[in-house]
Design a protein around this ligand. Structure first.
Ligand code: PAF
Length: 293
């Protein structure tokens, strides 16, 4: 695996690969590029994205860039964990081909003044409401990265379901011609969704955080057993999280899994999504279900 920090150099490497063809009997340009954007401090959730790309694509490119413009004032941009050596070892072990690690000046040179924003409902709810400007930062950097790498497929985790839907909408609206592949959430043995931010938790907060997946599993069970009233589902999940004194709910919503609008009846593609503060750490999680009738 090679580590590259310059945009022109990465482009040259990818274009040379793409032009090469897969060997005798294949068309030049037939090779597929798979792309996994990350902010580093990798965990098994990221590695699941890389492994999924490895199975589907000929060249796998991973990026690590802690994107300043998706963090709000007072958020954890400065203390976000960074360890390139550790991350490069993990990326290489997962058999990525190229690791792109641009500097902030490479991505946002002086005078950079363009942003990309999905407006309306998809970004207005859930994390979009709690973190104003966050998704504009995400779509701006993802649009730039997709333009730099020009992959056939890009891989995103369902743990950040709203991010995945927002990126899909941007790709559709801007005709970017890349397939956005959603990969299921990877969880710790006790159910907590893997996140680079889990490392911020104290021992007590980590224990309390188990209530998050427990609440989601409880309401999944209720829905599977016929509960169709969204308010009942919301109350039940919120009750389980609120019973932990170390947790404070930012939002807990029962929404349509495609539009993210709140719903009253559980029907079709449904998501129960929540954001919770454990001390200074903000954790998000969700379940997504197809419900008939
Ligand atoms: O999910 C993330 O780690 C980031 O939001 C992403 C997609 C890499 C953009 O900075």
């Amino acid at each position: 695996m090679e580590i590259i920090s310059s945009i022109p150099e990465l482009r040259r490497r990818i274009e040379a690969f793409r032009a090469g063809g897969a060997g005798p009997g294949t068309e030049p340009g037939s090779l597929s590029v798979g792309f996994v954007p990350t902010m580093g401090w990798l965990h098994n959730g990221h590695l699941a994205l890389v492994r999924t790309a490895r199975k589907a694509d000929d060249l796998v490119v991973v990026s690590i860039f802690v994107n300043p413009i998706q963090f709000g004032p007072g958020e954890d941009y400065d203390r976000y964990p960074r360890d390139l050596e550790r991350d490069a070892g993990m990326t290489s072990a997962a058999e990525a081909d190229l690791l792109f690690v641009p500097s902030t000046a490479e991505m946002y040179p002086v005078g950079h003044s363009t942003t990309v924003e999905v407006v309306g409902g998809l970004t207005g709810h859930l994390c979009g409401a709690s973190r104003p400007g966050h998704f504009r930062g995400v779509t701006t950097v993802v649009a730039k990265l997709l333009n730099i790498v020009r992959p056939r497929r890009a891989y995103f985790g369902w743990k950040d379901a709203q991010q995945l839907l927002v990126v899909r909408r941007m790709v559709r609206d801007l005709n970017l011609g890349v397939e956005i592949v959603g990969v299921p959430t990877v969880r710790e043995p006790d159910g907590l969704a893997m996140s680079s931010r889990n490392g911020y938790l104290s021992g007590q907060e980590r224990l309390a955080a188990r209530a998050i997946p427990r609440s989601l599993e409880r309401v999944r069970f209720m829905i599977q057993n016929g509960e169709r009233d969204a308010a009942t589902i919301r109350r039940e999940a919120a009750g389980i999280v609120a019973a932990e004194p170390l947790l404070a709910i930012d939002y807990l919503a029962v929404v349509d899994g495609n539009t993210l609008e709140e719903i009253e009846r559980i029907r079709g593609t449904v998501m129960v999504a929540l954001a919770v503060h454990a001390g200074k750490t903000r954790l998000i999680d969700n379940i997504r279900m197809e419900v008939g009738g």
